[in-house]
Structures are given as structure tokens and as C-alpha cells.
Design a protein around this ligand. Structure first.
Ligand SMILES: [Zn+2]
Length: 243
């Protein structure tokens, strides 16, 4: 398993390393859940890479990003190196959505070039009913840097969260009408951090109101997300290698 995070702005209240922390922590929750089912589950976990793909947040100080072509080759070189030692199945745990397009291209390319199987796993079970129940009423736009992610960081490293600094993020201009074109949809315009703004139109870079975040909620989100990933990991274990 290679967890993929980011080093990017997550609002005034949550740290740049939010996705990095989730990437390094979620595998521990996975292990806890997997031990109940298959204590000898054959998986090694790589450390989360320090920099990934965060072009959308480069307008905010502290965000660091590789260029897409650099990122593609960092992932390719990592997996190619591991393949030299016999690894043929790779679960890429995507803890930052911006990494996903590069993973999809690479997964197909390396299946073609090396015959390795790269499985892309979304890290967080945002739609799980118990996860949904952690969201404060009417906080409908909570995904990036909002209540869920802030809760997870509160569960992992609470001293890095400053809820007093929190502000609510709203979608900017064109996205606000909620017509066909959205952040991610069948018809989408890829979003930038500055498309999320305060009420008085200042760039904020996060969605929703993080004020309701708590460590207890973060614990629920991490646990449920780990539980949701177990069936896919079991399938990966049993997936036949290609000849
Ligand atoms: Zn994040």
C-alpha cells in the first residue's frame, strides 16, 4: 500500500499536512480492522510521499506541489523500484483527490509496461451513514478542509488545529448556481482553491464550516473509512496475477 496525500492549504484552522497525516494514519486503522478478519494479511505499507499534486492550492502560502509530469514519474519510479523486488499488486490509498487523475493514467500504463496491478482506493468513506451523521446540520459543503478533514486531524494531531481561526467557505460565482457544471460531476470545471471563498468573497480555499469538528468525529470517520476499505483489500489479495 502506498498512501498518497498532499502538502496543501486546508484553511486557517487545519494544517498543510492534513492529507499527509491521514495517509500515514489510516493504515493503522486498517490494520486494526484487518486483524479481526485476517491477521496475516500480506500487505506492506509505504510511508506517504511528502509532496504530491496540489496545483489547485498554490495560490495559498505553504502549499507545495510537484508538476503533474514530475508526480507521474515519482510514482512510476517508486512502483518500478518495488516491482524489482517482486511486488506485483499495489494499493494506492488516495487521501487527496487531486492525485487521482495521475494515478489512473499510471495504473493503466504500468499494467501495460510491467504487468503490475495498481488498485486505486479512495481513502475516506464520506457517504457512509455513520460518517454522514458526524456532519453538523446544514453544513452541506464540507469536503475539502472542512468539518470532516478537520475532525480527522483533531483525532490524529489536535495541537495542529486552531478552530478559533476557522471561517466558512462558499463556492464562488459560476459554481454557486448549482446547475450542470460543478467541481466534479459528469460536467465539471476543475476547481482551484480560490473558488472557495468567505462570505465577503475573500479566497479561503476550504468548503463549509469546520467549527463543528471534534476528535471524536474524526475517530468515527477514520474507523468507518478503514472498515469500508476492508472488502476491497480482501478482493485485491485474491485477485489473480496476470501471466
Ligand atoms: Zn485534504
Amino acid at each position: 500500500m502506498l498512501p498518497l496525500g498532499s502538502l496543501e492549504q486546508h484553511g486557517p484552522q487545519a494544517p498543510l499536512g492534513t492529507d499527509f497525516m491521514v495517509g500515514n494514519t489510516l493504515p493503522q486503522y486498517l490494520k486494526r480492522e484487518m486483524d479481526k478478519i485476517d491477521p496475516d494479511f500480506p500487505m506492506l505499507v509505504m510511508p506517504t510521499l511528502p509532496l504530491e499534486l496540489s496545483m489547485e492550492h498554490l495560490d495559498f502560502a505553504g502549499s507545495l506541489s510537484l508538476q503533474p509530469e514530475t508526480y507521474y514519474h515519482v510514482l512510476k519510479d517508486t512502483i518500478t523500484s518495488l516491482n524489482r523486488y517482486g511486488f506485483k499488486k499495489f494499493a494506492l490509498l488516495i487521501c487527496h483527490g487531486g492525485n487521482r487523475p495521475a494515478v489512473d493514467i499510471l495504473a493503466r500504463q504500468l499494467r501495460y509496461e510491467l504487468g503490475v496491478l495498481i488498485f486505486a482506493l479512495n481513502s475516506c468513506a464520506f457517504l457512509d451513514p455513520k460518517v454522514q451523521a458526524t456532519i453538523s446540520p446544514n453544513n452541506t459543503w464540507y469536503f475539502h478542509g472542512g468539518e470532516m478533514e478537520t475532525s480527522m486531524v483533531l483525532a490524529i494531531k489536535p495541537e495542529t488545529v486552531h478552530l478559533k481561526e476557522a471561517q466558512t467557505g462558499y463556492k464562488k460565482g459560476g459554481y454557486r448556481q448549482n446547475g450542470h457544471i460543478n467541481f466534479s460531476n459528469e460536467t465539471a470545471l476543475n476547481w482551484m482553491g480560490k473558488d472557495l471563498q468567505t462570505k465577503d468573497h475573500q479566497p479561503l480555499g476550504i468548503g463549509g464550516n469546520p467549527q463543528g469538528a471534534t476528535a471524536k468525529k474524526g475517530e468515527i470517520i477514520l474507523t468507518q473509512s478503514a472498515k469500508a476499505l476492508i472488502p476491497a483489500l480482501l478482493e485485491i489479495k485474491n485477485w489473480p496475477l496476470e501471466v
